[in-house]
Design a protein around this ligand. Structure first.
Ligand code: NAD
Length: 295
């Protein structure tokens, strides 16, 4: 390995490594559960054939298989009605053998996503999108935290990157990433700025960030001119262009300026899936009364 490659390697936040450690830790809990006759299981619902959703669901199934979690996939045509989906969720809510329910988003436009998220039992809401779990992020006692922001927090913890007193700038304010992450970082006493497409002079804000998190889906939006020297950069973006995956950050252009950075792929993505598995095992543990301390 050349000296410059070694330098890059040292800066990388290895999402796959952290995800594999989470998977290992939950595998041990799964053995404990199985000894008690409990098989942690997740029901995954996919409506339609959105290519990105098909890939995400496949990745989740593979992770479940690796850890020893039973995954039950229900695939429905785009024409599924909202009522039919609500009925299916009700069935899964009442199924004692199912610990986690995940409805892959986005849903077809005739189905109200908010209504669907609210229909999933909060104790099986392993995606952490039910309003009860979302609200409890404020008070830090949610049963399940949303997978991507929680994965990012775990990532920072793993590399001993404290956010306390740091300027954390989040670009993108979706309900699944930007907003919950802002609250989680505030809970950890970060000084948080939330930016969106209408924010004026974005660079003047990002250039002061100790930790910059980008979740926009805009390919290579971020170059070196957005970055403060020595910043930690977390790239949440996933854009598939011609079968190749791109992040929001132009890795080559920022690498010399950052102290740590997540690659795409291999950064935030694997953590999102690992936290989903962890949440599923947590659900099974809570139900069985086993100590729920995970990593
Ligand atoms: P979204 O697509 O719902 O919204 C995008 C957000 O980015 C909005 O708040 C918008 O205002 C902001 N934005 C867009 N362009 C901007 C610009 N030029 N300047 C400033 N702000 C801008 O958000 P999402 O669902 O959180 O998804 C964002 C990206 O993250 C997508 O690429 C998605 O695929 C990816 N994602 C990855 C994971 C993972 O596990 N790695 C998980 C969820 C989402």
């Amino acid at each position: 390995m050349t000296e410059s490659n070694l330098g890059i390697q040292k800066k990388l936040i290895d999402g796959r490594l952290i995800a594999s450690k989470i998977e290992l830790s939950i595998s041990e809990k799964i053995v404990e559960l199985k000894n008690k006759g409990i098989v942690p299981s997740i029901a995954v619902i996919l409506v339609g054939k959105d290519p990105a959703s098909v890939v995400y669901v496949r990745n989740k199934e593979r992770a479940a298989q690796r850890c020893g979690i039973l995954s039950k996939k229900d695939v429905y045509p785009e024409s599924l009605t909202e009522k039919e989906l609500l009925n299916k969720i009700e069935e899964l809510n009442n199924d004692p053998l199912i610990h986690g329910i995940l409805v892959q988003l986005p849903l077809p436009p005739h189905i109200n996503e908010k209504k669907i998220m609210e229909a999933i039992s909060p104790v099986k809401d392993v995606d952490g999108f039910h309003p009860l779990n979302v609200g409890k992020i404020f008070t830090e006692d949610a049963l399940f935290y949303p997978c991507t922001p929680y994965g990012i927090v775990k990532m920072l913890d793993y590399y001993d990157i404290s956010v306390k007193g740091k300027s954390c700038v989040i670009i993108g304010q979706s309900n699944i990433v930007g907003k919950p992450l802002a609250i989680m970082l505030m809970n950890r006493l970060a000084t948080v700025s939330s930016l969106n497409i209408f924010t004026k002079d974005i660079k003047s804000i990002t250039a002061k960030a100790d930790i910059l998190i980008s979740a926009t889906g805009k390919v290579h939006l971020i170059d070196e001119s957005y970055i403060k020297k020595g910043a930690v950069v977390i790239d949440v973006g996933i854009s598939n262009i011609g079968g190749k995956i791109y992040g929001d950050v132009n890795f080559e252009r920022v690498i010399n300026k950052v102290s740590k950075i997540t690659p795409v792929p291999g950064g935030v993505g694997p953590l999102t899936v690992a936290v989903l598995m962890e949440n599923t095992v947590k659900s099974a543990l809570v139900k069985s009364g086993i100590n729920i301390k995970l990593i």
